[in-house]
Design a protein around this ligand. Structure first.
Ligand SMILES: Nc1nc2c(ncn2[C@@H]2O[C@H](COP(=O)(O)OP(=O)(O)OP(=O)(O)O)[C@@H](O)[C@H]2O)c(=O)[nH]1
Length: 592
């Protein structure tokens, strides 16, 4: 087969080395003649001979081929994420990397290269064969499981009367049997497991399901449409919960609304709700960012358990000693404190959903990074400005103090923050306005137009959409529900909006949100290159600097793929439950 090279690639001969050609010929060589299959199964099917896979001899070469692309854009950070390039950036994306590369300024020597702990494949194959010959048991339960599964498959394939479905079921049963820790039969273990998982305190579950049925959208669900004709959209926080993140614990709020049938989210960073220490460190009189609609009484006679399950509690939940949940039941207060000390204003970002950027790490946009950066900036401790009005208790006409649209295009001059350092607070409103409101399907089609050379705006227009179809009424109502905007705002001094987009500023102002300051967002990659930045003074970063910057970005959790390793006690518990309650086939590490 001829090698496929672009016709215009005139310098191909100078770029392709002998090693590349060797790999190419291995990949394209005819498959060596196959020896005649050794027999037929009882059902008449030809038994597959125990032939080596065509790629077994070259898998290391394939890896080399991937690695040979280092420096070109064909090697992405995701290859590092999968441990495919440990030798290029030692430890950089290795999944167990907890070490912090020293800052280039302090670095004295490069860390040692990461070495594989695994024996070469040929050695492992020999060992496996020897083990098989001795009849010795496989060492890992997984290996044992796969062996038994293949034995089961072999047994079923030799029986002409067994249907494929039965064969699969039998193989699964044997698989389960092989991984059962005791001698109890696999079937009874499976039944016992199922029975245990279905144990649920019936009275509580019945009450909760009636009180807030999860399958019904509050405004759009069956028979529950409320006031759809109202001019302003209505929003209601349906549930809230604490989530640990790389930037500290946040409270995730899920909203229903009367305008669209989407579940928008509010990611609230408010450390005073989580610990007494954070409350002590915060200025006196700081009020919690809480949802009014969630905290309201939803029905006469609602129970503590109902409120706890939907998240309408104050403080932090802990498991009680008797296994029952407990939470402080002090009522949430929204009243302004006349003695409130000067404080920072809540920082807010209105973020639009981007599946590609946030979930699969697309590098067509910086949406994943922006979401992460917004959460980081909101959570980081900040200094209280000393020369602007920051009292949370101040009052006055909102309209009189709205910045003009022109002013909103530039970062507010504000005051140089020189006051005390206080815990950050704020919210990311995560709007399900994928593709700037055109939806994922249309965004994917727009990408194809972009590949033809059109920019993002023209691609939208060619598809018959506006450049940006987002609206901000629902976001404004969510901010109002959280006490950060609207007539009932406790934060009458306004919010600081994290955005570079003037339409967002104007859109929110048009909905009555008071924006006192616009805080710009510089892409992380550009932060390094910015001439004001000490690190960016030299536009060309050397390798050490690049490695250090990449490490910093990963620690911050850039995007999701290729980001820092997820760890923590809650993850441990999650994994354990999968193993212990759901039969996941993975060993808990010995150190545990
Ligand atoms: N139509 C379209 N949408 C895109 C494209 N790339 C990203 N998006 C969407 O653009 C939106 C990103 O918006 P935001 O994160 O709110 O950012 P922004 O409007 O650029 O403004 P900032 O607040 O300054 O970040 C998300 O909904 C993405 O899905 C694209 O190429 N085409």
């Amino acid at each position: 087969m001829p090698a496929v090279l672009p016709a215009h690639h005139s310098s191909a001969s100078t770029l392709v080395s002998q090693a590349d050609l060797d790999i190419l010929s291995l990949l394209t060589a005819d498959v060596p003649p196959i020896s005649v299959p050794t027999g037929t199964a009882a059902n008449g099917a030809r038994k597959k001979a125990n032939l080596p896979r065509r790629d077994t001899a070259i898998d290391s070469l394939l890896l080399s081929a991937v690695l040979a692309g280092a420096g070109s854009h064909t090697l992405t950070r995701h290859h590092f994420g999968h441990g495919m390039a440990p030798s290029l950036t030692p430890g950089a994306y290795a999944t167990c990397d907890q070490s912090r590369p020293s800052s280039p300024a302090r670095r004295t020597q490069a860390p040692p290269p990461v070495k594989s702990q695994q024996a070469p494949r040929s050695v492992r194959l020999q060992a496996e064969q020897a083990q098989g010959a001795n009849g010795a048991p496989a060492t890992s339960p997984l290996a044992e499981s796969s062996k038994t599964a293949s034995q089961a498959a072999a047994a079923t394939s030799s029986s002409a009367s067994v249907s494929p479905t039965t064969a699969l079921a039998t193989s699964r049963e044997r698989l389960a049997e092989s991984s059962a820790p005791t001698t109890v039969s696999s079937v009874s273990v499976a039944k016992e497991r199922k029975r245990r998982m279905s144990i649920d305190p019936a009275p509580i579950s019945q009450v909760l399901q009636v009180a807030s049925p999860a399958h019904v959208n509050y405004y759009h669900g069956r028979g529950l449409v409320l006031n759809k004709t109202a001019e302003r959209p209505q929003v209601r926080c349906m549930a809230r919960t604490r989530v640990p993140t790389p930037h500290g614990d946040i409270f995730l709020h899920l909203y229903h609304n009367s305008t669209d049938n989407k579940e928008h989210l509010a990611i609230v960073t408010d450390p005073i709700q989580l610990s007494a220490e954070a409350r002590r460190n915060a200025p006196k009189g700081r009020r919690e960012i809480r949802s009014r609609s969630l905290d309201a009484v939803w029905r006469e006679g609602e129970t503590d358990m109902e409120r706890i399950v939907r998240g309408a509690y104050v403080g932090r939940l802990h498991a009680g000693e008797d296994g029952q949940p407990s939470a402080p039941h002090t009522a949430a207060t929204y009243a302004p404190d006349p003695d409130a000390e000067a404080d920072i204003l809540p920082m807010v970002r209105i973020h639009s959903e981007c599946f590609t950027g946030e979930t699969i790490g697309s590098m067509r946009c910086d949406c994943g990074e922006q979401l992460d950066e917004a959460m980081r900036r909101i959570a980081e401790p900040q200094r209280v400005p000393t020369t602007t009005t920051t009292s949370t208790g101040s009052s006055g006409s909102q309209d009189a103090q709205l910045p003009t649209p022109e002013a909103s295009r530039a970062p507010s001059p504000g005051a140089r923050p020189s006051g005390p350092l206080v815990p950050g607070r704020g919210v990311v409103i995560y709007m399900r306005q994928e593709g700037r409101g055109i939806g994922l399907l249309e965004k994917i089609r727009a990408y194809n137009l972009q590949d033809l050379g059109h920019d993002t705006v023209t691609a939208n227009l060619l598809l018959g959409h506006g450049a940006d179809e987002r609206t901000y009424a629902v976001s404004a109502e969510i901010l109002a529900d959280l006490g950060l905007a609207g007539a009932q705002a406790v934060e009458t001094s306004g919010i600081r909006l994290l955005t570079n987009n003037p339409e967002k500023v104007e859109g929110l102002q048009g909905e009555g949100v008071r924006i006192t300051e616009r805080v710009g967002m510089v892409p992380r990659d550009w932060q390094c290159r910015h001439s004001d930045s000490p690190r960016g003074a030299a536009l060309e970063l050397d390798d050490d600097e690049k490695e250090y910057d990449e490490w910093r970005a990963r620690q911050a959790g850039v995007g999701l793929l290729g980001a820092a390793t997820t760890r923590g006690p809650e993850l441990e518990k999650y994994l354990r439950t999968k193993i212990e309650r759901m039969g996941h086939m993975i060993d808990i590490p010995e150190s545990e």
